[in-house]
Design a protein. Structure first.
Length: 118
């Protein structure tokens, strides 16, 4: 069992930056692929970024490529999402998720709100 707790959301002006954190419980954190998703009001949840268990491989949605950076610290059981050059369309609830082997994500956090004002 893995529990995920996100933090770091808030209100920021367009062009600003935020860093989200996701702290995980459990001793096997380093075995999970970790990802960030987001869901804006009235829209479906969408993929944002993903990082391999060792941190060497990352992937991003086209909409955030070049602006967001995902990273992880396995010693701290934490995954991060550095968000720069934020846009109003980045406004959403951001969720971290953990994936163990299969195509689906097995564990989800409760989400943290990010609001970008124009």
């Amino acid at each position: 069992q893995v529990q995920l707790v996100e933090s770091g959301g808030g209100l920021v002006q367009a062009g600003g930056s935020l860093r989200l954190s996701c702290a995980a419980s459990g001793r096997t954190f380093s075995s999970y692929v970790m990802a960030w998703f987001r869901q804006a009001p009235g829209k479906e949840r969408e993929f944002v970024a993903r990082i391999s268990w060792g941190g060497r491989s990352t992937s991003y949605a086209d909409s955030v490529k070049g602006r967001f950076t995902i990273s992880r610290d396995n010693a701290k059981n934490t995954v991060y999402l550095q968000m720069n050059s934020l846009k109003p369309e980045d406004t959403a609830v951001y969720y971290c998720a953990a994936q163990w082997g299969g195509p689906d994500y097995d564990y989800w956090g409760q989400g943290t709100q990010v609001t970008v004002s124009s």
